[in-house]
Design a protein around this ligand. Sequence first.
Ligand SMILES: *Cc1c(COP(=O)(O)O)cnc(C)c1O
Length: 382
Amino acid sequence: MNAATIPPIPFLDLKAQQARLGPQLRQRLDAVLAHGQFILGPEVAELEAKLAAFCGASHCVTVSSGTDALQIALMAEGIGRGDAVFLPAFTYTATAEVPLLLGATPVFVDVDPRTFQIDLNSLDVRIAEVKQAGKLRPSAIIGVDLFGQPANWPGLQAIAQKEGLFTLDDCAQSFGGALQGRRLGREADATATSFFPSKPLGAYGDGGALFTESAERAALYRSLRTHGEGTTRYEVLRVGMNGRLDTMQAAVLLAKLEVFEAEIARREEIAKIYDTELTGIITTPARVPESQSAWAVYAILLADNAAREHAKSVLQGAGIGHAVYYPRALHQQPAYAACHDGAALPVAEELGSRILALPIHPDLTDTQAHRVAATLRAALGK
Ligand SMILES: *Cc1c(COP(=O)(O)O)cnc(C)c1O
C-alpha cells in the first residue's frame, strides 16, 4: 500500500469517542436544554458528588477551567505579593501564570530526568536559596502530576510540613491516576484538575474542578467562583471571579465519567504495547513507583534534538500524530524570564530538546499502536 492510502493515526480522536459514548451524551445535553438552568443547574451538583466519590475526596467544587481552579485555590490562601510559590520548571504555562497573576513569584524547580516529575532535592535547594536571599516568603508548593503520573506526594508533603507551606496538586493531566492505591485528589491541601477536551477526562469546552478535605476551603472556593458572594446573591464578602463550570459541560462530563475507568484501562494497554515494542530501543517513560498513570501523555526521550526532529519528520510522513510537551522549560519563556532568579535547571532545559509524545487516546487500536512503534523503530534504524 502506498503511504498516501494508509489512514492517518490521529494524536487525539474525540470523534471516535463521541461515537462510542452513544446516546447517553445527547440524552444528558437534551435534559439541560429542557430544564434551561444553564448556570449551576442540577448536573453541576450531580457531577461534583460523583467526582468526589470517584477519587475519594471529601469535597469537590467544579470551576470554569483548570487554570481558574489553580487561581481560586491560591486566592483562598491569600497568596500574593511577596509570596514565593515553588513549582516545576517543566510543566504547562498555567502552573506559573497563576501565581504571577496574583502578584506572587513563581520559583522554578528542576525535575527528575526519568519520571519528569518535580525533583525533591532541587526543591530543597530552591527553598534554601529563597530563604537565604530573604526577599520572598516561602508560601506554597504547586506539585504537578505530569503526563498522568503522580508527583512524589509523600516527599512533597514532608518538605511542606517542615517548611510550613501550603500544597496544591496541579492534577490537570492526571485525574484518574493513583498513588499507592489511592486515586489522586487528596494528596495535597487542595487538588486542581482540568476538563480541557484533550485531558484524560475532557469536556467539550473548558472546565475544571477543585478537591479538598477541608470544608472551610470548599466553602471559600464556592464563594470565590461566584464573585465572592456570601449567603445571599447580593452580599459580596470578598473579591472573587466568574469561575463556574457551565451546566452543558457538566452534562458532557457526566456521560464521559461512565466510561472513564475503562478508558484509563485502555490507555494502560496501549502504554504496555509501546513499552514492549520500544524498551531497549529508546527511552520509554519511567513509572513512578506504586502508581497508576492516567496516561494523558506517553513521552519518549530521543538521544538528542537531531534524533527527535528526525523521528518527528518520519512520523509526520507516515501520517502519525505526535506532539512535543514541552519544547521549552518555563523559565526559558519570554513571559517568565523576568521573574526567574537565574538558577540553572539543567534537566528541565534538556528535556525540551529530546522529548516526544506518541498517540495514546483510548480509541487507538492495537494495530495502530503497533504501527506507531514499528514506524518509530524504522526511523531509528532498529
Ligand atoms: C491543561 C493544564 C492546565 C490548565 O488547564 P485549563 O483547563 O486548560 O485551564 C494547568 N496545568 C497543567 C499541568 C495542565 O496540563
